[in-house]
Design a protein around this ligand. Sequence first.
Ligand SMILES: [Ca+2]
Ligand SMILES: [Ca+2]
Length: 132
Amino acid sequence: MLETYQMIVGQDENSLKYIFMVEGSVMTREPLDRESKSVYAMWAEATDGGDPPRGARVPLRVIVTDINDNSPLFAEPDEDVVGVREQQPPGTEVTRVRAADADEGNNASITYSILKENASIKDYARSKIKNR
Ligand SMILES: [Ca+2]
Ligand SMILES: [Ca+2]
């Protein structure tokens, strides 16, 4: 008869702070954040009640999948004044903005666009909500 299950730390000593096991059921202790830690590696062990007890171990990896909980962040300041010399041909690069997103896959893929000249902060907020 199977007596106990337990989790044993593998290559990752912090895993058991976040993942635990009761009667073979593997559970989280708190909401996990993929951007802080995306893989939890440990061993699960099953031990019988015999004398002497016998047991087996299996490696267990928990991979945290991404949700889109980060907005892109611009590397440059939010607002910038840039100059361009007069009489430059169409297609002259005025400036370059770069943003990064801490998420993964589509949740981190960034599309750049320019809002209309007189867009208010309200329009800006509306377009951000629409793009979610
Ligand atoms: Ca994102
Ligand atoms: Ca995320």
